[in-house]
Each structure stands twice: as structure tokens, then as C-alpha cells.
Design a binder for this molecule. Sequence first.
Ligand code: ATP
Ligand code: MG
Length: 265
Amino acid sequence: MSLNENKNHNVPESHPRYSSLKYRHKIIEGMKNLVVAEAGLIAHGRGECFDYIIGEKTTKTAKNAIKAALAVLLTAERPVISVNGNVAALVPNELVVLSKILNIPLEINLFYAKKGRIEAITEVLKNAGATNIKGTNEDAMTELSGLESNRRKVNFIAKADVVMVPLEDGDRTEALKKLNKIVIAIDLNPISRTALWADITIVDNIIRVIPEMIETANKFKKLSTNELNQIINNFDNKLNIQKTLDLIIEHITKQKEEAFKILEG
Ligand code: ATP
Ligand code: MG
């Protein structure tokens, strides 16, 4: 049996976990096309677990962080969105729309360097309509100090003032902060090192965040710099993470009650 015969992508839409299964298949396809690293599958699973405990929806606190993130991106001088394999596999079209609305480049930045991966991700982004892609030429890269992983190699990020990092590794978030970058993280785990190091932490699934960001960006583009600055000043990341954790506790408490109803029959 060939590997491809084994794929069952025909998940019925009525399946209770349809959305989750659909995105799993995107990740699996991405791995076959070199876009996603093998470890990316495991990272996705870790994300799914956290998605489960936030209730698989965009919470109030995530919406607040998204608004602050857009205000920062719209007032930044040299913002950039970092792209890894999972992000390119899950939301390429949406990411390109967002980068165009905000007029911000996408920079490919990978934890796992494997021959052909940068090219594969570039192709996915180009097919989605991207015209401003950085990080495609290894010779033009500089290295972030204090970082050993392949993620140290950067292009536009080296001189950026604001870096949005979806599904980032903690080490690089720390390195970016040490270089005084403003970091916006999209991470389902509110207590990962990335989430705790970032200036703005959006605790939500990338598949919901980017569409929500597109909608908010269209509204915020009409705001003045003063209005955007006010949104930034009113946002408190530490408090927002605390409230996110409270929401998780609330959700799990409710789930516990529901589970006991079933267990007790
Ligand atoms: P850190 O290095 O920041 O401490 P970690 O080592 O626990 O985090 P990594 O594997 O480095 O985790 O990064 C992957 C992160 O991406 C995880 O926190 C995971 O929850 C998150 N993640 C995975 N899939 C998604 C997704 N679809 N949307 C948002 N976040 C996701
Ligand atoms: Mg990590």
C-alpha cells in the first residue's frame, strides 16, 4: 500500500470534530510537501490540547489582545510577521490578506532547517498571492545573538521594531526581547515561555486569530494615531494573561460538572 492510499480526507462536515480534523489534514499534507517539519505535527497537537481547554473559541481576552496587536502593528515603523511551516500550512490565504491590508512583509523563519523547506513555504505563500516575502535568501541573512537554533537566521526581522510571531519558540522570543523588539505572540498556551515573554500575547488558535485580525484591521485602519495609541495604553498584557487563565479555570470547572452528569448517568 502506498502512503497516499492511507489518507482519508473525506471527513463528513457533520462530524463533531470536523474543524479540528480538517486542520489536522492540512498539517499532514503540509508535512508531505516539506512545508511542515515532523515536529510541527507534535506542536500542533500541543496547540489542540490548549484549544480544548479554552473552549475552542476566541475569548474576550484574545479579542482584547488582537485589538492591541493591531494598534501596535498599525503604528509601528518596521513591522514584520514571522511565518513558520505550521502557519503556512494552516492559514496561507488569510495571512497574505492580512499582510496586504497592513502593508507588512512576511518573513519565513524556521526552527528546523531542511533542504527545500524555504522554497516549499515560499511557493505556498506565492500561490496564496504574497508579493512581499522575506527570509528566502540564506545569503542575505544575519544572525540574532544569543540563539543557537536555526531561528537565529533573520532577514528583515533584524531591523524590525515590531515582530509578530505565531507559534514561536520561547528561546527566540527571549532573544527578540533582548534586542528590544516589540513582540506580538499568537500562542494557545498562555503559560509557554513565548506567551510570558511577549509584549502582547494572543491566546487563541491561529486559524481563528488571522480572520479576526483581518476584520479588526479593516476597522482600525480608519482610526487616528491618537486613537490607536489609546488602545495600546489601555492594554495590560499581564492582566490579560491572568484573565485568560481565569477563563480557562471557569471553562474547565463547567466541563467538570458536565462530565460528572454523564458519569453519574
Ligand atoms: P515555548 O518554547 O514558548 O516555551 P513550547 O516549547 O511549549 O513553548 P513550542 O513547540 O516551542 O512550544 O511552540 C509551539 C507552540 O505553539 C505551543 O505553545 C503550542 O501550544 C502553540 N500552537 C500550536 N498550534 C497552534 C495553533 N494552531 N494556534 C496557536 N498556537 C498554536
Ligand atoms: Mg519551545
